[in-house]
Design a protein around this ligand. Structure first.
Ligand SMILES: *Cc1c(COP(=O)(O)O)cnc(C)c1O
Length: 403
């Protein structure tokens, strides 16, 4: 089997259709570039939904993984291993928190945060058993487990998967008043994305995160920031919350924490919160395994220099300035922060999917979301020249579509 069509035909016939991929079959990658089975090169402007912030095959991450692969890969948490302490202390320090709890996927980390918040509610806040509620946002994306889709407002994600987990109140994103209105004595947490990625890179109004922080503190409620997609350099800061100098009670991390090599997720919090979990109450066979920790330790070290955050900020300015130049030429609006953009395409011109397909024909891989939005999130290691080229391709695609 060698042709794109063969690979796609077999994949589509033998796998569930839970994704609608662009018709490209990737076989190799380095940095910001991928190569398909026909030898065509594409610039990756999605980065695995920000899992590849440090690029494909990042030498530091790959060498950490290779070294670890040849030494020790798995112990389970029944034993300690020599990569774990560095991971726990390193990620704790990066987030300014006392403790970490490692898992694998993002959804598991979100589930972990929900469990910890509820337990904190019962043991520390004094909420009556079984009564805790958590405030979440419209158009949220926190993963695909049954509890998480219970409070999704996206019909595709939500409908047909009931019965649903109770204990969540959905409010409008970006409105502190909306949160205030639904808070009651049993509210234990507010869970939000500091920038809503899947919703189309929606940036909340300035001051929103600060006000949510103040409200949570005043009401004795945990602020949980899902930084799985927004965190670890993407926005030009280590975390999207940093933009307002806001520190949530719980950070939820994933995606880029695994360096594009293995799934690594975690929550971090101070001991007054994460200390509520005792042996047997939560866990994961693979969570915090030696390979995952070795890879994450390389990622944490790289973020420690601030170099990637600065690069995302600088390249982000270049990207956003160029994208703004396309407004009125097929682009309606551009949102985002750092090296992350949601671009609303004029729906009379083309859908986001059509633009993504046309971009692919021009050698750029990007992904649509919610009909008319195209999302750009290239690896932070992308060169400025390649970045500018990618946006020129978008300009060319829009010009072609307008003809
Ligand atoms: C991707 C994502 C998740 C889910 O992560 P998985 O690893 O796919 O389970 C949760 N929250 C946000 C904000 C995400 O972008």
């Amino acid at each position: 089997m060698t042709s794109t069509d063969d690979f796609i035909e077999l994949s589509e016939r033998r796998s569930a259709h839970n994704y609608h991929p662009l018709p490209v079959v990737i076989s190799e990658a380095q940095g910001a570039w991928v190569v398909d089975v026909e030898g065509r090169r594409f610039l990756d402007c999605l980065s695995g939904y920000s899992s590849l912030n440090f690029g494909h095959g990042n030498p530091k991450i790959i060498s950490a993984a290779q070294e670890q692969l040849s030494r020790l890969t798995l112990t389970s948490r029944a034993f300690f291993h020599d990569q774990f302490a560095t991971f726990a202390a390193g990620l704790g320090d990066l987030t300014g928190k006392d403790m970490v709890l490692p898992m694998n996927t993002g959804a598991e980390a979100v589930e972990t945060a929900i469990k910890v918040a509820r337990k904190w509610g019962y043991e520390v806040k004094g909420v009556a058993a079984g009564q805790a509620n958590i405030i979440v946002m419209e158009d949220n994306f926190h993963g695909r487990t049954t509890t998480i889709v219970s409070f999704s407002t996206d019909p595709d994600a939500h409908d047909g998967f009931g019965p649903y987990t109770p204990g969540f109140k959905v409010v409008k994103y970006g409105s502190v008043e909306a949160i205030h209105e639904v808070i009651d004595a049993n509210t234990v947490a507010v869970l939000l994305e500091p920038i809503q990625g899947e919703a189309g890179v929606l940036v909340p109004p300035d001051g929103y995160l600060t006000q949510v922080r103040e409200l949570c503190t005043a009401e004795n409620i945990l602020m949980i920031a899902d930084e799985i997609q927004s965190g670890l350099g993407r926005t030009g800061d280590t975390f999207a919350c940093d933009h307002e100098g806001v520190v949530p009670d719980i950070y939820v991390l994933g995606k880029a924490l695994g360096g594009g090599v293995v799934p690594v997720s975690a929550i971090t919090a101070n001991e007054d919160v994460l200390g509520v979990i005792r042996p047997g109450q939560h866990g994961s066979t693979f969570g915090g395994n030696p390979l995952a920790c070795a890879v994450a330790n390389a990622v944490i070290e790289m973020l420690g220099t601030g170099e990637y955050q600065a690069r995302a900020r600088e390249l982000g300015e270049v990207m956003h300035e160029r994208l703004r130049g396309l407004i009125g030429q097929g682009v309606v609006t551009v949102r985002g922060r750092g090296l992350w953009a949601g671009i609303d395409i004029d729906p009379s011109l083309a859908s986001g999917r059509e633009v993504s397909k046309a971009l692919m024909a021009h050698g750029v891989l990007a992904k649509d979301t919610h009909g008319s939005t195209v999302r750009l999130a290239p690896p932070i290691v992308i060169s400025e020249e390649d970045l500018v080229w990618a946006i020129d391709q978008l300009g060319a695609v829009l010009a072609e579509l307008a003809e």
